[in-house]
Design a binder for this molecule. Structure first.
Ligand code: HDD
Length: 703
């Protein structure tokens, strides 16, 4: 009992000292918290005064007013009132994990950065994955780009690689960022939609911003509805420079590739997951990391010279372009392992402050105008978010190498510098920090000439060629999803002219895509395409841009659900559980009641999830193991019917025994190659490792 619910007598208890009050509380059945001589430390105020009563405020008498002098109450409530800090203007909802980076191949030829040259060195890091548009309390599975930010605590200072799970961006110049974000966020008069791009202001802005067309292809693909944060790629997006010992520089792009392979959900699945578990991705990461299954990524680089860049049929300094792997191959140089969940969400995940300007000697920026604007924005935003210029002293943000300078004072100063000197150079303090004659950060010495002006380079004018290349590189299934996503999003618009403008742009990407989307919107005749600012080039398809081709043939990191009820066959359950676990999956048993299930023969099975709260969208494949009686009962339960029907329309493998067949029929499932008899465990595991893509045309009308 936490509350001191009983009044302590009339007129006597408030005169008791702290010890006797506690005695009275215990006598009344309260919890003493073992303050005196116990294992727990005493509860104190922030000034260190031990608190004797944390349940009752100080009152003039038993039924009288609360007294202003109650410093315990005032301090506690004051702190509580200020617990929230402004959430990030974008990327507010995120999931953070600690881990390390291990270099496997040295880039010594190209850079002096120790993190990229000391093979075998393990650099601690903190990674934060996020959605972009929604607030901190929004769901995990909207259609949205995922932020992929990594803070490496290197021996030479913090290096932040603040990227996304998509290698390109909407806009070419940072000056457009506030408009883009205002357009995608909830509309200012009505305050919705939260965390969704399917509304007028977003598509209005996009339709007037042809440079966003390549990004539109990516966000309408299944990349933006990932199955798990452990199954996304990451990209530094911009070109950076590596600088060698002699000061010569090489361009570099950074890529993260997940060991578990790429995997996405289907749109209908993502929508249902949002209802079933709004924290789906955060929970998935938490469960994997705390169960000792740390997710892992390879870090790969694309290295190229200015001379090579001059030959590219696009400008690599334009963040709406990528460099196809076929043009500049990826070289794997290391791995990132995320193996430690933070102690405290607020202290770490919320207070972490990333900044693309955080780099170390041997790495430098390129002239990408989007990157250049970002170099200002992040440092600036932390001032209003974290409230002080000393935010770098918060443990999650502080470098793990020594750092020292003559910056002083400010809100929440945590350090106590000694001595009379707070400037550099000085002659009075021989031990104070000095600038380093060598080994410090030096920018690449790049000559710059030309007229100062507000102008966009001609080489940034081609907005459709890579959008076209992306679309044509996809498998037919992915093309259908992309076209259907466009139909869905544009169908939500109130303004017909925006729909028409968008379909006009699509005609410059691919006529077939435009026709499919127009048909899905019943839009005739086809709207006119805007004149492209530069001719559309016909690039070869790049299969590396697909998701399906990058899915791994594995159940590792995936989940299998087994639906059972009273009377189910225990042996069949065990066979499936064993095989799925051996293939690397986690297995959960789902049943109508969470307590227990009595199996055939009288044994009892433990249940992980109650049917109504554990729909099949939580799993990558399912097994239905039911007695005839169990199947009959569940045939009257809509959650059970939906469990099977959804697994089928979400293209999942289904193992089913004779009893389960009844439920399948009730759910309208027409068995195909992905519906396997429970006895064929091997067949089920094989089918479970992929989606049943062929099934889709029989269950969904796609554009
Ligand atoms: Fe940004 C946060 C990624 C363009 C301004 N951005 C933020 C985060 C990620 C990115 C992953 C969340 C970091 C975290 O987990 O705390 N942003 C990108 C990428 C971009 C990009 C990959 C383009 C290639 N961003 C961009 C521009 C601007 C910003 C052009 C402004 C000119 N971004 C911000 C910000 C945020 C931010 C407002 C919000 C919270 C924060 O920085 O710390 O400053």
């Amino acid at each position: 009992m936490g509350e001191k619910s009983k009044p302590r007598g009339h007129g006597t208890s408030r005169r008791k000292n702290a010890t006797t009050q506690r005695d009275a509380h215990v006598a009344a059945g309260g919890d003493l918290h073992q303050v005196a001589g116990g294992k727990r430390p005493a509860l104190t105020t922030n000034q260190g005064t031990t608190i004797s009563d944390n349940q009752n405020s100080l009152r003039a008498n038993t039924k009288g007013p609360t007294l202003l002098e109650d410093f315990v109450l005032r301090e506690k409530i004051m702190h509580f009132d200020h617990e929230r800090i402004p959430e990030r203007i974008v990327h507010a909802r995120g999931t953070g994990v600690h881990g390390f980076f291990e270099l496997t191949t040295s880039l010594e030829r190209y850079t002096t950065a120790k993190i990229l040259t000391e093979v075998g060195e393990k650099t601690p890091l903190f990674a934060r994955f996020s959605t972009v548009a929604g607030g901190a309390g929004s769901v995990d599975t909207p259609r949205d780009v995922r932020g992929f930010a990594v803070k490496f605590y290197t021996k030479e200072g913090n290096w932040d690689l603040v990227g996304n799970n998509v290698p390109v961006f909407f806009i070419q110049d940072a000056i457009k960022f506030p408009d883009l974000v205002h357009a995608v966020k909830m509309e200012p008069d009505r305050g919705f939609p939260q965390s969704a791009s399917a509304h007028d202001t977003f598509w209005d802005y996009i339709s007037l911003t042809p440079e966003s067309m390549h990004m539109v292809m990516w966000i309408m693909s299944d990349r933006t509805i990932p199955r798990s944060l452990r199954m996304i790629e990451g990209f530094g997006v911009h070109s950076f420079r590596l600088i060698d010992r002699k000061g010569a520089s090489t361009f570099v792009k950074f890529h993260w590739r997940p060991k578990l392979g790429l995997q996405s959900t289907l749109w209908d699945e993502a929508v249902k997951i949002a209802g079933a578990d709004p924290d789906f991705h955060r929970r998935d990461m938490f469960e994997a990391v705390t169960a000792g299954n740390p997710p892992e990524w390879e870090l790969a680089v694309q290295l190229f010279t200015q001379e090579q860049a001059d030959e590219f049929p696009f400008d690599h300094l334009d963040a709406t372009k990528l460099i196809p792997e076929e043009l500049v191959p990826l070289q794997v140089i290391g791995r990132m392992v995320l193996d430690r969940w933070p102690n405290n969400f607020f202290a770490e995940t919320e207070q972490v402050a990333f900044c693309p300007a955080n780099i170390v000697p041997g790495i430098d920026f390129s002239n990408d105008p989007l990157l250049q604007g970002r170099l200002f924005s992040y440092l600036d935003t932390q001032l209003s978010r974290l409230g002080s210029a000393n935010f770098h002293q918060i443990p999650i943000n502080a470098p793990k190498c020594p750092f020292a300078n003559q910056q002083r004072d400010g809100h929440m100063q945590m350090t106590q510098p000694v001595g009379r000197v707070a400037y550099e150079p000085n002659s009075l303090s021989p031990d104070s920090p000095r600038e380093a004659a060598s080994g410090g950060f030096a920018s690449a010495a790049i000559p710059e000439t030309g007229d100062k002006s507000r102008i966009r380079a001609e080489s940034f004018a081609d907005h459709y060629s890579q959008a076209r290349q992306f679309y044509l590189s996809q498998t037919p299934y992915e093309q259908a999803h992309l076209a259907s996503a466009l139909v869905f999003e544009l169908s939500k618009l109130e303004h017909l002219h925006i729909r028409e403008a968008m379909v006009g742009h699509l005609r410059n990407i691919d006529e077939d895509l435009a026709a499919r989307v127009a048909a899905g919107l019943a839009l005739t005749p086809l709207p006119t395409a805007p004149a492209p600012a530069a001719p559309v080039q016909k690039f070869d398809p790049s299969p590396a841009l697909q998701i399906i081709g990058k899915m791994k043939d594995t159940l590792a990191g995936r989940a299998v659900g087994i639906l059972i009820a009273d009377g189910s066959d225990g042996k069949a359950i065990e066979k499936i559980r064993k095989a799925a676990k051996a293939a690397g999956a986690t297995v959960k048993v789902v049943a109508p009641k969470v307590g227990r299930v009595e199996l055939a023969g009288g044994s009892v099975a433990a249940v992980d999830g109650q049917l109504a709260g554990t729909p099949s969208v939580m799993f990558d494949a399912v097994a239905i193991v039911l007695s005839d009686a169990g199947a009959k009962t569940l045939s009257k339960e809509s959650a059970a019917i939906a469990f099977v029907a959804d697994a089928f329309v979400h293209l999942k493998a289904i193992a089913v025994d004779a009893g389960g067949q009844v439920l399948l029929r009730k759910a309208g499932v027409k068995p195909d190659a992905g519906v396997v008899d429970c006895a064929d465990v091997k067949g089920f595991i094989t089918a479970a490792k992929t989606r049943q893509w062929e099934r889709e045309k029989s269950v969904r009308m796609l554009a």
